[in-house]
Design a protein around this ligand. Sequence first.
Ligand code: AR6
Length: 170
Amino acid sequence: MSATLTLVRGDITRQSADAIVNAANSSLLGGGGVDGAIHRRGGPAILEECRRLRASRYGEGLPTGRAVATTAGDLDARWVIHTVGPVFSREEDRSALLASCYRESLRVADGLGARTVAFPAVSTGVYGWPMEDAARIAVETVRDAETAVEEIRFVLFDEQAYAAFAARLR
Ligand code: AR6
């Protein structure tokens, strides 16, 4: 059975879901955008676990396109799944890496037994990916994914992002 795709405009840190996906960077040590918001609202437990992951498994950083889970701290979720989106490039087609973020996050979610997963629009902020193209890749990838997740929710911060995803879901 394939997952139901839903769309919400708002702040992902206010969502209730089994897993909330973070658009992280490979250091796993936080940053701005959605990453900063998740660590701020989720509290220090998330960063503590990220630091432990760095020390144990990801000394060189979490590679682009991969995903790893931690506690969700004080968020209304059981896990945060951190994924590292690619920086957009006009010279190089990195869309396979962006697709990988969604696929790998769902694979991690499946390993945890998560049934509802909330995604932000990975790579569309600081990393510069054009929203329409990012929405196409996100929706196509999760539609094609083999997953036991029942609801995949895209949480879009602004109207333009919401409209881009809505156009793809139609
Ligand atoms: N809820 C939902 N979406 C949000 C929120 C929020 N609270 N805040 C921002 N967005 P970005 P990236 C949207 O920059 O492009 C960080 O510093 C935002 O409008 O958070 O993958 C990391 O540490 C945009 O559409 O992530 C990395 O260094 C989308 O989330 C780097 O940024 C993603 O924007 C990752 O860049």
